[in-house]
Design a protein around this ligand. Structure first.
Ligand code: ASP
Length: 436
């Protein structure tokens, strides 16, 4: 029998009704042996996520204020879930202790981790499954980096002792025993770590969307769902803004050759999106998805005979490095070079960078254009389909979109174009219509 590890996001555990759905999903398949819950999320649009409420408690406590009024709604949420599920446990004592600890301990990670901890305690009681505290098995080093192999060994050994277990997401511990969390959304990473340690056949990531869509539904009307994609494609798409999974959650499972299946808790029979290491060639669509991001700046540098000047590119990049700015893309011509950087990186260093490039490179023309949006068209099918670029650029030309930058990564997995921000939506629609 295979093993499935299931991670459920906050919206899948926001109230007792959602806990019931989670239980039905888990019990409907005996291969679903390990579950990684998030903290309860929003029940409705204006609602608050438990994790955000906990961070607020931390802020109040570190400002020396009494957190009772801030902790009260958290206590109510958990006690309400326990009551609505009719569980024979009383969490009041543990909640009191937690409140007292948050009040005095002054540790943001400990505070935030309690969201997942209590989700896990409730779920383990509801399912009758063992509870494994990740503080004992998910290990970080002193710098807060995951000790991946150590974790994999000790967690793997522990999981073998449990037929079924609940392992809360989002946190582990530092060498001194203190709780440490991943960055926000990090239960996805915990789920992937558990999947690897369990030697799972599949990592099911249950959320509130039916998988990845080929384009942003706010731009394209009812975009098609992506049925299958590779981890490399996912990386390209999520880097460019498609956010369903925490991007670091790819690494543990990809390494172990475990597919990730994005599923929807509210539509449990829907197959969702499957992410695999590789997908055999088929006649499916040329492109897998389109994703994009606004707020980039283009630095264009032109100098006659740039190509024969030794170290020219290095000097341009050094100017950025010295200003502490990392860049995203670097398309070059014979006498031209173009550096693309995110506005968030470059904003406070614009003058400094221009001065440095001017001094070190003496360009004929040096310009900075902000208000650029980048659009990545991603697809493993592009390599074996001649004419993909022509189709893409024809579509953009027909839509009267002016292309400011082109970059085709060496992997032939994606084509990135830079367009003016005003043309962003129009360009995404045009590309989608040309291929889908
Ligand atoms: N509860 C944490 C957060 O809101 C982690 C997670 O849900 O993945 O970021």
């Amino acid at each position: 029998m295979g093993v499935k590890v299931c991670k459920f996001g906050g919206s899948s555990l926001s109230d007792a009704g959602q806990f019931k759905k989670v239980r039905d999903i888990l019990l409907s398949d005996p291969e679903r042996r390990y579950v990684v819950p998030s903290a309860p999320g929003k029940r409705f649009k204006e609602d608050a996520k438990i994790t955000d409420m906990l961070y607020e408690c931390f802020r109040q406590a570190s400002g020396g204020r009494d957190i009772t009024p801030y902790f009260a709604p958290i206590r109510e949420r958990y006690l309400g879930i326990v009551k609505d599920l009719g569980l024979p446990i009383d969490l009041s004592g543990r909640l009191d202790e937690t409140q007292a600890r948050i009040q005095t301990y002054d540790n943001a990670d400990y505070t935030a981790s309690r969201g997942e901890y209590f989700s896990g305690v409730i779920l383990s009681c509801y399912l009758g499954w063992d509870f494994i505290d990740p503080a004992d098995y998910i290990k970080f080093d002193k710098q807060g980096m995951l000790s991946a192999e150590w974790t994999n060994d000790i967690l793997g050994e522990e999981l073998k002792k449990h037929e079924h277990a609940v392992i809360p997401g989002f946190y582990g511990s530092l060498p001194n025993g203190e709780i440490h969390t991943f960055s926000r959304g990090g239960s996805d990473i915990s789920g992937a770590i558990v999947a690897r340690a369990a030697g799972a056949d599949i990592y099911e990531n249950w959320t509130d969307v039916p998988g990845f869509l080929m384009a942003d539904p706010r731009i394209v009307d009812h975009p098609k769902r992506i049925e299958k994609l590779t981890y490399r494609e996912l990386r390209e798409l999520s880097y460019m803004g498609a956010t369903v999974l925490h991007e670091d959650s790819i690494f543990p499972v990809r390494k172990a050759g475990i597919p990730t299946n994005i599923r929807n808790t509210n539509q449990p029979d829907h197959p969702g999106t499957m992410i695999l290491d590789s997908i055999p060639d088929s006649r499916e669509s040329v492109i897998t998805g389109i994703a994009g991001h606004k707020n980039f700046t283009l630095i264009s540098i032109e100098k006659a005979m740039m190509n024969s000047e030794l170290g020219y590119g290095r000097r341009v990049l050094q100017a950025l490095e010295e200003a502490g700015v990392s860049f995203e893309h670097l398309p070059t011509g014979i006498d031209t070079m173009c550096v693309v950087a995110a506005d968030s990186e470059i904003n406070h260093h614009r003058e400094e960078i221009l001065d440095k490039i001017q001094q070190a490179c003496r360009p004929d023309i040096l310009e900075m254009h902000s208000g650029i949006a980048l659009i990545a068209t991603v697809g493993r099918g592009m390599v074996r389909n001649p004419g993909t670029a022509a189709r893409l650029f024809t579509a953009l030309a027909r839509a009267e979109v002016n292309v400011r930058m082109i970059d085709q990564g060496s992997s032939e997995l994606n084509i990135i174009v830079g367009v003016d921000v005003e043309d962003f939506e129009k360009a995404v629609k045009a590309i989608y219509e040309a291929f889908v």
